[in-house]
Design a protein around this ligand. Structure first.
Ligand SMILES: CC(C)(COP(=O)(O)OP(=O)(O)OC[C@H]1O[C@@H](n2cnc3c(N)ncnc32)[C@H](O)[C@@H]1OP(=O)(O)O)[C@@H](O)C(=O)NCCC(=O)NCCS
Length: 148
């Protein structure tokens, strides 16, 4: 199992994982393709590869003005959950952030997403805002931040 940069040939598998993980709130294959085509050096799309398939992925952006890494997506396939893979990807993102000398990490999570809330709180993320009716089902999202 290893973490590597996503390739354009991974995008269908990533979009498939995204559809399972995020449903109608998730990014489509076309959106991933557009992101990938326009990706700058401060934008990251990385995958967890077990040599046969992708078990998960993470997308994040380095906002140099804010000295921040914004994590816009993290997903693990249902059959691979609770094996520590999200923690592995987040440990990696934390190391990248430290290398880039960011001062904070941030992300948004639907407030109904208990697994993600528990995961990010375990890394020390704290809620700093709430966005009402942010998701397709009308639920709010919570803005979480971790300051270094
Ligand atoms: C949230 C998600 C990424 C967690 O992935 P995962 O690989 O299962 O997480 P890990 O096995 O690394 O778990 C790390 C910690 O997160 C917490 N956690 C993960 N899943 C949990 C669950 N279902 N219930 C409660 N806590 C959970 C636990 O604290 C866990 O540590 P522990 O197993 O030692 O108790 C995964 O459920 C997922 O892809 N969900 C759909 C997409 C999503 O919600 N993404 C996050 C928002 S962008």
């Amino acid at each position: 199992m290893f973490i590597r940069e996503a390739k354009d040939t991974d995008l269908e598998e990533i979009a498939h994982l995204e559809a399972i993980c995020a449903g109608s709130d998730g990014a489509t294959l076309n959106e991933f393709k557009e992101f990938y085509a326009a990706k700058t050096h401060g934008e990251f799309l990385q995958v967890l590869d077990d040599n046969q398939r992708l078990t998960g992925f993470v997308g994040y952006t380095h906002n140099t003005d804010e000295q921040e890494l914004y994590i816009w997506n993290l997903g693990i396939g249902p059959e691979d959950r609770r094996k520590g893979f999200a923690r592995t990807l987040m440990d990696h993102v934390m190391r990248v952030g430290q290398t880039l000398k960011v001062k904070k990490f941030s992300l948004k999570i639907p407030e109904t997403n208990e697994p993600a809330l528990v995961l990010f709180k375990s890394f020390g993320f704290q809620q700093i805002a709430r966005i009402n009716q942010h998701n397709a089902d009308g639920s709010a999202s919570l803005v979480f931040q971790l300051k270094l």
